[in-house]
Ligand binder design. Structure first.
Ligand code: IPE
Ligand code: IPE
Ligand code: MG
Length: 264
């Protein structure tokens, strides 16, 4: 179960220019990020793609810290898709090395700041040692309550939906559930994100305007924000700009603007 921290409503996050002012009011309860552009960032600098991923890992540290500071309860980072298995094995191995390094170096901070690490995706497919370290980190941080950090690893939105359908089919065959009883709530409770709110905001870096098989079910009504900045250059000012943009939006959920106006 996710505990939503008490945000002080009018609390403005300090040190921000007026154009990027973010308040504690109306923050996303769940922020999802497609961290893209590490390779192009490196190419522009005549560095290897792996150097790009290393710089990207630094952005992960910064953004997790910022989200914790401003009180975003759930952060989901797309770190490795199922489709990414098609990349050169040298690059994939480097990504697992970086992940292991990250998990080891950040455990202390996750414990101090009450951050629960939760992997989503087919993590059995990861190299054994990385898988073990991941499960170990999830166990150690399992009782932390102030923020959930979901890492999407070997993740595919379609696979997640198929997996949920399979789980429900098994429950029905065991006669614990009738097919007609399956509704959206029950379905959502069989996804990796059971008990978590759907993402309010999706940020994709590097200018690409696509979903790339990320959180397909959960993003039915998510606000989309594309930043032109490559992930290694996406730091606190860029995050604040995205959040400020989100806070200026009107979310209608199918209603008219006038109907929404009357609710406030
Ligand atoms: C995102 O950066 C990181 C992962 C997908 C692991 P990319 O590696 O996709 O960078 P580009 O898109 O090639 O620039
Ligand atoms: C999406 O980035 C996956 C991650 C950020 C982990 P990609 O770079 O793999 O996406 P596509 O293939 O260009 O859409
Ligand atoms: Mg990419």
């Amino acid at each position: 179960m996710v505990t939503i921290p008490n945000l002080s409503k009018k609390n403005t996050i300090p040190d921000q220019p007026a154009s990027e002012r973010v308040t504690g009011e109306n923050l996303p309860r769940h922020l999802a990020i497609i961290m893209d552009g590490n390779g192009r960032w490196a190419k522009e600098r005549n560095l290897s793609r792996i150097e790009g991923h290393r710089a990207g890992a630094e952005s992960v540290r910064v953004i997790v810290r910022s989200c914790r500071k401003i009180g975003i309860p759930v952060l989901t980072l797309y770190a490795f898709s199922k489709e990414n298995w098609q990349r050169p094995s040298r690059e994939i191995q480097a990504l697992w090395r970086l992940l292991s390094k990250y998990l080891k170096s950040e455990l202390g901070e996750m414990m101090e700041n009450s951050i629960r690490l939760n992997a989503i995706g087919d993590i059995q497919e990861l190299p054994k040692r990385v898988h073990r370290l991941l499960v170990d980190t999830m166990e150690k941080t399992g009782a932390n309550r102030d923020m959930i950090l979901n890492l999407a690893l070997s993740y595919s939105g379609r696979s997640e939906i198929v997996r949920a359908a399979q789980k429900l089919a098994v429950t029905c065959l065991a006669k614990e559930l009738q097919p007609a009883e399956i509704d959206e709530v029950i379905f959502a409770n069989n996804l990796y994100t059971a008990d978590m709110p759907d993402p309010d905001l999706l940020i994709r870096t590097s200018g690409e305007q696509r979903i790339s098989n990320f959180l397909l079910w959960q993003m039915a009504y998510t606000e989309l924000y594309v930043s032109p900045v490559y992930w290694p250059d996406f730091r606190e000012p860029e995050l604040m700009e995205a959040l400020a943009d989100y806070q200026r939006r009107e979310r209608r959920f199918g209603k008219t603007g006038e109907q929404k106006g009357k609710e406030v």
